[in-house]
Ligand binder design. Structure first.
Ligand code: CTP
Ligand code: MG
Length: 230
């Protein structure tokens, strides 16, 4: 089977979470967020990772990932998330170690507790022939859309929340991100760029555990989830 590589974007500052170190290095029940990420990815079938980090943080990430179950390479990120993803893909393109990697997953380090089965579902969809795949969750709240004369309830059964890891045929993702950048397209996730290039995106079941640690309350929730796994 073709090996699967994941680009883990971890170059953000974590302004909303607060604190002085990068969010991916923040401790969750005593261990850095990034270390949980690589466990989930490895459990789901990822063979190696490229971790995209802020300049000057290599030594801290290497220490945080000293016990990583899979090999990690490091590359410096960009101004925004999309630039960081592209930096990770560019590093792969320049390294023959990744030549055989037809599939790539893109994962937010902030989704530290992504369960292995979610990762495995994304990879299975790619192996089954999907060129792009995202894990999704139903919307549990009622949603209102603002309109000129008030607001209207949206049929939430037709809506899904999108998580990571998102999986792609590597060549498809590289081309779509370049196209999005050149077209000045503002994308918030990688599948949007791929979809904008006309490629259908498969949906698989995500998990509440894969919540994105964004604000302090999310860290409290993630710590409770992690405790309940033991
Ligand atoms: N990210 C990145 N490079 C950037 C910005 C974000 O690699 N220039 C990564 C973050 O490290 C994170 C993921 O993209 O794993 C999702 O972004 P977000 O949750 O917004 O994290 P931060 O940007 O770090 O947080 P904040 O926006 O609160 O500063
Ligand atoms: Mg951000």
């Amino acid at each position: 089977m073709e090996p699967v590589v994941a680009v883990v974007v971890a170059a953000g500052a974590g302004v909303r979470l607060g604190g002085t170190e990068p969010k991916a290095l923040r401790l969750l029940n005593g261990r850095p967020l990034i270390s949980y990420c690589l466990e989930g990815l490895a459990a789901g079938g990822v063979d190696r990772v490229v971790v995209v980090i802020a300049a000057g943080t290599e030594a801290d990430f290497e220490a945080a990932l000293a016990d990583s179950p899979i090999p990690a390479a490091y590359v410096h990120g960009g101004q925004d998330r999309a630039a960081s993803v592209e930096a990770g893909l560019a590093a792969m393109a320049g390294d023959p170690a990744f030549d055989g990697c037809r599939y790539v997953l893109v994962h937010d380090a902030a989704r530290a507790l992504v369960p292995g089965p979610v990762v495995a579902r994304v990879i299975a969809a790619l192996r089954d022939g999907a060129s792009g795949c995202v894990p999704v969750m139903p919307v549990v709240d009622t949603v209102r859309q603002l309109t000129d004369d008030g607001s209207v309830v949206i049929d939430r059964s037709q809506l899904r929340l999108v998580q990571t890891p998102q999986g792609f045929e590597r060549s498809v993702l590289v081309a779509a991100l370049a196209q999005a950048r050149q077209g000045g397209l503002q994308i918030t996730d990688d599948a949007s760029a791929v979809a904008a290039a006309g490629v259908p995106i498969a949906l698989v079941e995500g998990s509440r555990d894969a919540l994105k640690v964004t604000e302090p309350l999310d860290l409290v929730l993630a710590e409770a989830i992690e405790r309940s796994r033991r």
